[in-house]
Design a protein around this ligand. Structure first.
Ligand SMILES: N[C@@H](CCC(=O)N[C@@H](CS)C(=O)NCC(=O)O)C(=O)O
Length: 217
């Protein structure tokens, strides 16, 4: 096994890499990280593991890789898996990866973390983030009205990246996508049919953060 993935279970960014490796038929050693305990904020961890202070980190043999988008691109090239087939598709994949990192994942990760995993989130901050997310989810739902996948006529790493935070249990984000964004819900169901697909908490085991919202019935 050449890969070691530094992660915590609630991390959708970690899920992107765990799922990608799995869909490419690769295994990895999971390295659970005490994100809730603040380990990624310590100078020691930043000096030893990731100077950017972020999870995930993928050890690829002797190399330590960070930032999911370039890592997904590297793995897609390496395994010929979920890649673009031509320049137009590769441009489209990059376009959505940038949008995802800045908008969809950027806001959903922050909103969900504050809402579910902190004890007393500021309602004004939650309202601001949710207003932005409503817009982003509307944009994605419209994009998926007349196509099956985000960037090509088959799944690519853009789908892997963008589905990640939308694949966690709905009580965490408070979005019931089946009711609010049916095209997104249908797309998530299609992706869940991919051979080897696994849900986030099945791929990312271990001690979980305390959740402060009631769980789904
Ligand atoms: N763009 C980065 C985002 C990574 C990221 O934000 N990870 C979160 C955990 S899922 C984190 O470590 N956040 C720490 C912080 O923002 O201070 C990527 O794609 O890897």
């Amino acid at each position: 096994m050449n890969y070691r993935l530094h992660y915590f279970p609630e991390s959708g960014n970690s899920y992107k890499l765990a799922l990608m490796l799995t869909l490419c038929g690769q295994t990895f050693e999971p390295v659970w990280t005490d994100f809730g305990g603040g380990v990624t904020r310590t100078p020691e961890w930043r000096a030893r593991v990731n100077a950017m202070g972020e999870i995930p980190v993928l050890e690829d043999g002797a190399e330590r890789l960070t930032q999911t988008a370039p890592i997904l691109l590297k793995l897609a090239e390496r395994y010929g898996c979920l890649n673009g087939a031509n320049e137009a598709e590769r441009f489209e994949i990059l376009r959505w990866l940038f949008w995802d990192n800045h908008k969809l994942t950027g806001y959903m990760a922050t909103y969900r973390y504050a809402r579910a995993f902190t004890p007393s989130p500021d309602p004004a901050v939650l309202a601001f983030l949710r207003r932005r997310l409503d817009d982003f989810l509307g944009i994605l739902d419209a994009h998926l009205q007349d196509r099956s996948f985000v960037a090509a006529d088959r799944p690519t790493i853009a789908d892997v990246s963008m589905m990640a935070y939308l694949s966690f249990p709905k009580h965490e984000s408070g979005y019931d996508l089946t009711a609010s964004h049916p095209a997104i819900a249908a797309w998530l169901s299609r992706l869940a049919q991919l051979p080897g697909w696994q849900a986030p908490y099945d791929l990312l085991p271990g001690k979980r953060l305390r959740c402060h919202v009631p769980t789904d019935p």
